[in-house]
Write a protein that binds this ligand. Structure first.
Ligand code: HSE
Length: 418
């Protein structure tokens, strides 16, 4: 593809994002890009576009030599991977929003880009309207990036906001997120943290050159959060967010996870409400930077797809600098975290696994503790997900080996034990 060449697009999917893109492109004539054909699954569904635009035959797009860009915004992961594989092999540039597919096929997608030399852009796959992937690729050098903390799922953030600020119950808040087009077709992907961890896999690749998968990153969603957790948070002046976090530890390895977290009111992430997403990046000299924008919905997602399409005009592609030009970073579970755990019965909590317990509240009804635990223990055992147990990380939760002894001594002194 040569610079400023006319872009002829084959679009896969005409749902929330696909239709959004179609409308947005109609209003962006300066882009010199047109949709030639749209491939859909259900030919009988009523569409707000001329009937001759649609087909159910994917090869009509993939084998059309006049189509030089495939935009893929369908829901199903495996068919999406087949489409983008064939498109790249047939020397078409690809723009994709399919975070699940990308996270599940990351090594193959990297290989396909290497083999075919074709660009694969996916800005809309994480944080929708926030241009975080391109910033991580281009701006932050490997050595400078200390940490990332992010809200990357709009639906769960919307649900948390509605539950705790507008006093809606979980089901009603989820229904609203679905009606507004934020939630996945299967909303447990949002609620249980799958969507967030998939996006985190993508961002870890662009931020740190890490190739990983949802099997290696410990995560949970907001499925176990309840009103009593919010009440404890309120007493302590905290709000609850589903936070994806990555931090370069003193040994150079990367701690990465997705968990509900208490955040202080002054935290940038406390500012992120409803379907908005936010990313706080900490680097050596710039200190903290905060990216904020809509993380779900038709036009915000379409705007990122549009930006990728526009970038193809000047032959933009990801170089994956952290992966290919630096020594890639390694993940580790060898660190400690400070956690809040709420539960119904003491005997379901393995108290011996905690390094120390800082607070416990054992009154009638819902009980909770705040304690420090080795992260690997959470990776190896799942008591904290079962029996109506809820685990929320405390603000600034990561404790490194070197800090542990000092903190332990202090906490025992405070408890009058040493
Ligand atoms: N279900 C996703 C979310 C859509 O709520 O963030 C955007 O990726």
């Amino acid at each position: 593809m040569t610079a400023h060449q006319r872009l002829t697009i084959g679009l896969f999917g005409f749902g929330v994002v696909g239709e959004g893109l179609y409308k947005v492109l109609q209003q962006t004539s300066s882009l010199n890009a047109t949709i030639k054909k749209v491939c859909i699954k259900d030919a009988n569904k009523k569409r707000n576009a001329p009937a001759e635009l649609f087909t159910t035959d994917k090869d009509e797009l993939l084998n059309d030599e006049t189509i030089n860009v495939i935009v893929e915004v369908i829901n199903e992961s495996e068919p999406a991977f087949q489409i983008i594989s064939k498109a790249l092999t047939n020397k078409k540039a690809v723009v994709s929003a399919s975070k699940k597919m990308i996270a599940e096929h990351l090594p193959e997608i990297l290989k396909l880009q290497e083999q075919t030399g074709m660009p694969f852009l996916c800005e809309s796959s994480a944080c929708a309207s926030i241009p975080v992937i391109r910033n991580l690729e281009e701006y932050y050098d490997n050595d400078l990036l200390h940490s990332l903390r992010a809200i990357i799922n709009g639906s769960t953030n919307y649900i948390l906001t509605k539950m705790f600020e507008n006093k809606l119950d979980f089901k009603t808040a989820l229904l609203q997120a679905q009606q507004l087009g934020f939630a996945e077709a299967d909303p447990t992907l949002d609620v249980d943290g799958w969507d967030a961890v998939n996006k985190w896999v993508i961002l870890l690749c662009h931020a740190y050159g890490i190739i990983t998968s949802s099997k290696e990153i410990l995560f949970t969603g907001i499925q176990n959060i309840n009103e009593s957790d919010a009440n404890v948070g309120r007493e302590k002046n905290y709000e609850i967010r589903l936070v994806a976090q990555a931090k370069k530890l003193l040994n150079g390895k990367i701690a990465a996870f997705v968990f509900p977290q208490f955040v202080n009111h002054e935290d940038h992430l406390a500012f992120v409400k409803n379907e908005y997403n936010g990313v706080v990046i900490e680097s050596s000299f710039a200190d903290k930077q905060f990216f904020y924008g809509k993380g779900a919905g038709s036009f915000p997602t379409a705007s990122a797809v549009l930006s990728d399409i526009s970038a193809l005009r000047y032959e933009y592609r990801y170089e994956y600098k952290k992966l290919y030009h630096h020594t890639p970073n390694q993940l580790t579970n060898d660190f400690y975290v400070r956690v809040y755990v709420s539960f119904d019965e003491w005997n379901l909590i393995p108290r011996e696994k905690f390094e120390w317990i800082e607070e416990w509240h054992a009154q009638e009804g819902r009980k909770y503790l705040i304690a420090v635990i080795h992260f690997n223990h959470l990776a190896e055992d799942d008591w904290w997900k079962k029996n109506n147990t809820s685990l929320i990380l405390t603000p600034d939760p990561i404790i490194e080996d070197i800090e542990l002894r000092k903190l332990k001594k202090k906490s025992l002194e405070l408890a009058g034990i040493s």
